[in-house]
Design a binder for this molecule. Structure first.
Ligand code: SAM
Length: 254
């Protein structure tokens, strides 16, 4: 099954055991991948489900539902202050491959970029392609860019649940390492529901002291990603790698 091509299909395209393919998808399957009638591919809805499908002209027949187990055991939200240039494209691509659930682009006090509306569409397309490539069951949600303060208020209500953890990465100082914080929190199969981990990463110029203060008030713990200063594009990828490694090497207790 691994060799079959995966494509994301909108839920509205599924009708009575058939997939109504868009012109773009027909072109991609027929002209780019050179698939013909009777050839198979994997259709994913980006919401956790995969199906084995068979091409039949401008439609495809669903043959069977498939089981996918490529998601992390926790939901990870990244709040990322937009870096300069096209740096955010790389953040979206790599963090999708690493298993992020939600990416919230934020405009902080020292953010230099003012994103155009076309950027959001581009980031969502990159997330979809990266999810297909990395065999994710879910396509991560990319939220509209908002001010850091607005983003903080929208996640404050999470802080009351024991299953949720919130971290703000600060490049200097004596904050504990993210890995140690995750490790100390542990995770047990007795925990109710899926854990949510929220991680905030600053821009090239770093967070202002006021921003860190507001995040702490909102329940975020300042953490380090190590002794070196990472670029604004590298830091989210490193943070996600640490979380994924910690979650996937967990020995669950019963
Ligand atoms: N100009 C800032 C300074 O000198 O402190 C560095 C900013 S860094 C390029 C961009 C962001 O990446 C930081 O705001 C932080 O969120 C994250 N970051 C980079 N290196 C880090 C580290 N070693 N530990 C924690 N966060 C880090």
């Amino acid at each position: 099954m691994a060799q079959l091509q995966r494509i994301a299909i909108a839920p509205s395209q599924f009708q009575q055991g058939q997939i109504l393919l868009t012109q773009e998808q027909q072109h991609y399957l027929g002209r780019v991948l050179r698939l013909g009638a009777g050839d198979r591919f994997i259709a994913m809805d980006g919401l956790g489900k995969w199906w084995l499908a068979q091409l039949e002209g401008d439609q495809a027949q669903i043959l069977e539902a498939l089981v996918v187990q490529t998601e992390l055991s926790a939901s990870i939200t990244l709040m990322v202050a937009l870096p300069k240039g096209n740096g955010f494209d790389e953040v979206v691509r790599c963090c999708t491959e690493l298993g992020v659930s939600v990416i919230a682009p934020v405009v902080s006090d020292r953010t230099l970029l003012n994103p155009s509306p076309q950027k959001l569409e581009r980031w969502r397309r990159i997330a979809q392609e990266a999810a297909e490539q990395s065999e994710r069951a879910f396509v991560p949600e990319i939220l509209e860019p908002v001010a850091f303060g607005t983003s903080l208020s929208s996640v404050v209500h999470y802080s009351s649940s024991v299953n949720n953890q919130q971290y703000i990465c600060v490049a200097r100082g004596n904050s504990p390492h993210l890995r140690n914080c995750l490790h100390n929190k542990g995770y047990s199969t007795n925990d109710q529901g899926k854990r949510t981990i929220i991680i905030a990463i600053g821009p090239e110029g770093g967070w202002t002291p006021k921003e860190v203060e507001c995040a702490v008030e909102a329940g975020f713990q300042p953490v380090s990603l190590g002794r070196r200063i990472l670029r604004a594009v590298t830091a989210p990828i490193v943070a996600l790698s640490i979380v994924a490694a910690e979650l996937e090497s967990l020995k669950t207790t019963t």
